[in-house]
Design a protein around this ligand. Structure first.
Ligand code: 8YV
Length: 332
C-alpha cells in the first residue's frame, strides 16, 4: 500500500504527477480554502501533508493526524507551522527555498518601480478615457515620480531573496544598504553592499524593501517610530509578511506624508486587509503574488514532491527545515 498524502490546494500538476508514483494523493481542488474542520478530518489517516501559508499547522492539527510524519509547506516561509511542536513529535517540515527567489525579487522590483513611477495611476488614467477627455497629449508636470537609477536602496533581511533584490539594484547603479541578523562579508564584497543598523538604513534609503521572515523579533519591526525615520521622498516595499509592518502606523505615515508611497504584496490579515490603504494613489497593492510565475510555482511543486519522495525512500529531504528532527525519528 502506498502512503497517503493530502494536498490542501491544487498546486501545479507536475508536482502532483511526481507524487502519484509514490503516494496515494488527494488534492483539495476547490478554489476556496479548505475549512479548518474539513482539514482536521482529511488529515486523520494521512502520512504526509502539503500545506499552504494560509493553514495553521499546529498541535491541534498534529493531534488530528496520528499517522502524519512529514509536512511539506508550499512556500519558502513557514511561519504558519509550529516547527518546534512538529520536531517534538518527530514530524519533518520542509519548505521551498531557491526556486522562488528570482520570481520574488523580480516582483519586489515590479512594486518598487510601479510605485516610484505611478504606473497604476497612469494605467487607469489612460484606460478610463481620462487622458482622451483632457484632450491634451501630455503635460510636463503629469505623473511625476521618483528616480530609481543611482539612488539608495535599503534591504531589510539579506537572505536569498534580499540578496537577489540587491543583485538587481546593482544594475540600477544604486548604493546598496542592508540589515540582517548576521553580516554577510562575501556578499558585501560581491555587491558592494554596506551593512547598516536598521534605523540608519531607514534614514538613508530612498527605497526600503522588506525581505525578512516573520518571527517574534520582526513582528511590527516597521512601526510608527521607524516610519518617522524614513525620508519624505522614500518608498516602502513589502514582499515579506504583512505583520512585519504596523499597518495602522503605515496608514498614518501615508496620510501625513512621512513617506512618499508604498508597494505592498502582503498584509497583516489576508485577504481582509486595511481598506484604508485603498484611498491612497501613492500605494500599489498586490494580492500576495510574489512567487506567482509559471516557473516558480512549478519549481515549488517539484521541490515539494522531491522532499516527500526522498523522505519516503528513507533519505533526508533536500530542504528540511527542522534538522534536529532526525534525532527523534529516522526518515521513511
Ligand atoms: C507563497 C510566500 O509561496 O513562499 C512564501 O513564503 O510568501 C509565497 O510565495 C505563496 O503564497 C504560496 O503559499
Amino acid at each position: 500500500m502506498k502512503p497517503k498524502v493530502f494536498i490542501t490546494r491544487a498546486v501545479p500538476e507536475n508536482g502532483i504527477e511526481m507524487l502519484r508514483e509514490h503516494f496515494e494523493v488527494e488534492v483539495w481542488s476547490e478554489e476556496h480554502e479548505i475549512p479548518r474542520e474539513v482539514l482536521l478530518k482529511k488529515v486523520r489517516d494521512v502520512d504526509a501533508l502539503v500545506s499552504m501559508l494560509s493553514e495553521r499547522v499546529d498541535g491541534e492539527l498534529f493531534d488530528a493526524a496520528p499517522r502524519l510524519k512529514i509536512v511539506a509547506n508550499y512556500a519558502v516561509g513557514y511561519d504558519n507551522i509550529d516547527v518546534k511542536e512538529a520536531t517534538r513529535r518527530g514530524i519533518y517540515v520542509t519548505n521551498t527555498p531557491d526556486v522562488l527567489t528570482n520570481a520574488t525579487a523580480d516582483f519586489a522590483w515590479t512594486l518598487l518601480l510601479a510605485t516610484a513611477r505611478r504606473l497604476i495611476e497612469a494605467d487607469s488614467f489612460t484606460r478610463s478615457g481620462e487622458w482622451k477627455r483632457k484632450g491634451i497629449a501630455w503635460h510636463p508636470r503629469w505623473f511625476l515620480g521618483y528616480d530609481a537609477y543611482g539612488k539608495t536602496i535599503g534591504i531589510v533581511g539579506f537572505g536569498r531573496i534580499g540578496q537577489a533584490i540587491a543583485r538587481r539594484a546593482k544594475g540600477f547603479g544604486m548604493r546598496i544598504l542592508y540589515n540582517s541578523r548576521t553580516r554577510k562579508p562575501e556578499v558585501e564584497k560581491e555587491l558592494g553592499a554596506e551593512f547598516k543598523p536598521l534605523d540608519e538604513l531607514l534614514r538613508e534609503s530612498d527605497f526600503v524593501v522588506l525581505a525578512v521572515p516573520l518571527t517574534r523579533e520582526t513582528h511590527h519591526l516597521i512601526n510608527e517610530g521607524r516610519l518617522r525615520l524614513m525620508k519624505p521622498t522614500a518608498i516602502l516595499v513589502n514582499i515579506a509578511r504583512g505583520k512585519v509592518v504596523d499597518t495602522e502606523a503605515l496608514v498614518k505615515a501615508l496620510k501625513e506624508g512621512w513617506i512618499a508611497g508604498a508597494g505592498l504584496d502582503v498584509y497583516e490579515e489576508e485577504p481582509y486587509y486595511h481598506e484604508e490603504l485603498f484611498s491612497f494613489d501613492n500605494v500599489v497593492l498586490a494580492p500576495h503574488i510574489g512567487s506567482a510565475t509559471h516557473g516558480a510555482r512549478e519549481g515549488m511543486a517539484e521541490l515539494v514532491a522531491r522532499n516527500l519522495i526522498a523522505f519516503k525512500n528513507g533519505q533526508i529531504p533536500p530542504t528540511l527545515v527542522n534538522r534536529e528532527v532526525v534525532n527523534v525519528r529516522k526518515p521513511g
